[in-house]
Design a protein around this ligand. Structure first.
Ligand code: FES
Ligand SMILES: [Fe+2]
Length: 457
């Protein structure tokens, strides 16, 4: 007010009204219910649906790809994944009685085997209905504390993919799962968006992980048919720190040690966690994962006792902290769920460092199209060999070179580290790891652009 009763209007251009109606979300990439293109695509992969420890003496009701299911372990120790509603008169099998073999419905006792065979209809022994009807069931595999399921056409079931990162020696893998109240894709995209580590996790508020994470990384992407890798490379004094992350489509990501600082020489240290982002439905998903403990934890930061249902030992993943605390110190949960129930791609403005997000969407779209055309989706080699995971950290003693732009040096070092890790493919462990570590140790000498005094050392 200026004393005359006139209120000064704010100056500037305000575009809120122009943008007040939001365009629709990308339904093809985000809708996952039965019969949707993306749901069909998802149903071509094995992925985890629960932790073994969640399967108790009563059935576990779960929702996966918009379908309601029960997961149980019968009296003979076999796991079953059945559609929720009884094939007789639709009562929920979450109230069923677990039998030595399979499960029976509470209402009239129809008895189901784990593959959906109806073993008995005790109130109707003679009609033959049990031989005419089959109940919807899916195959499951219990592996290292997680229950994996395949929800697709039996004829297209792939091999269960086992990566060397699932089988590392002297590593304790502790399962965890965290519900996320938003679409699966924006959660899966987080590991394809490495630039967020420099801002969300260090520059903006608290240091969430390593003290050097605020140093902007140079990012490179390595696009493949069935997986994608990225390198994040930083210059820290006389060291170059190269992180590799890996995402196997559609949503299985592996990252290195969470509290790595990149200041001490090291070669091919392995995994912090392997995680999947699994859709419950269009607006709910879960992160389901293994945290890795052991020698990897050089700084002694891990807390395995905190890892489990709705809980993990690094901050900001569950949304459990009070709202105002989360406003003052937001983390991954806030950044991902904060995009809305289903993030609208049409209102984004992607920039160069979002290339990984764009690549992930492109590959998923291509996979969806392949399924639509009746073709197979790109998959890892199906020969049964252990698959090589590239996720790692390497820190090399390579000084700044006079006359050479340091970004160029970092880019060449990132590529050389990636190529070295990839060159270990086809070797079995432990030879692969030894070969990669020895080769990486040679890199500072091998790189042609190093100063003569370093190369001669
Ligand atoms: S409704 Fe399940 S047995 Fe009748
Ligand atoms: Fe993060």
């Amino acid at each position: 007010m200026d004393g005359t009763g006139q209120v000064r209007l704010p100056e500037g251009r305000f575009d809120g009204y122009e943008k007040s109606s939001r365009p629709p979300e990308d339904a093809v990439l985000t809708r996952v219910g039965p019969g949707t293109p993306c749901g069909e695509y998802w149903r071509r992969f094995w992925f985890p649906v629960a932790m073994t420890r969640e399967v108790m003496d009563v059935p576990l009701r779960i929702r996966i790809l918009g379908e309601d299911l029960i997961l149980f372990r019968d009296g003979s120790g076999r796991h079953g994944l059945l559609q929720l509603h009884c094939s007789h008169r639709n009562t929920s099998l979450e109230f069923g009685l677990i039998e030595e073999r399979g499960i029976s419905c509470c209402y009239h006792g129809w008895h189901y085997d784990i593959d959906g065979t109806i073993l008995a209809t005790p109130g109707d022994a003679d009609s033959g209905v049990k031989d005419r009807v089959r109940h919807g069931a899916y195959p499951v595999i219990e592996y290292k504390g997680l229950i994996f399921a395949y929800l697709g056409p039996p004829a297209e079931m792939p091999r269960f993919p086992v990566f060397d990162s699932f089988e590392l020696p002297d590593v304790e893998m502790v399962p965890y799962s965290i519900a996320m109240p938003c679409n699966w894709l924006q959660v899966a995209e987080n590991t394809m968006d490495p630039m967020h580590a420099a801002f969300l996790h260090s520059r903006e508020r608290d240091m969430h992980f390593g003290s050097t994470w605020g140093e902007l990384p140079l990012i490179e992407w390595y696009d493949g048919d069935w997986k994608m890798n990225l390198t994040m490379t930083r210059r820290l004094g006389d060291m170059i720190w190269v992180t590799i992350q890996e995402t196997v489509y559609p949503a299985n990501s592996t990252v290195g040690y969470l509290w790595e600082e990149g200041t001490e020489e090291k070669y091919f240290t392995r995994v912090g966690f392997n995680k999947w982002t699994v859709p419950h439905d269009d607006t709910n998903c879960m992160v389901i994962a293994w945290r890795h403990f052991g020698d990897i934890d050089a700084r002694g930061m891990g807390r395995p006792e905190l890892v489990g249902k709705q809980s993990v030992d690094f901050p900001g993943q569950t949304g459990a902290e009070p709202y105002h605390e989360r406003q003052r110190n937001p983390n991954d949960f806030e950044a991902q769920v904060g995009q809305g129930p289903i993030s609208v791609h049409a209102t984004e403005n992607l920039v160069a460092h979002d290339q990984g997000v764009a690549l992930l969407r492109r590959h998923i779209r291509e996979g969806i199209e392949a399924v639509r055309r009746g073709e197979g989706v790109p998959r890892p080699p199906q020969d049964g060999s252990l698959l090589s995971c590239y996720a790692q950290n390497t820190v090399l003693p390579i000084t700044v070179r006079k006359g050479l732009h340091d970004d160029r040096l970092l880019r060449d070092v990132a590529r050389a580290v990636f190529d070295t890790v990839a060159s270990g493919d086809g070797r079995t462990e432990p030879e692969r790891t030894e070969y990669i570590r020895n080769s990486l140790k040679q890199l500072p000498r091998d790189l042609r652009f190093l100063p003569a005094d370093t190369a001669a050392e």
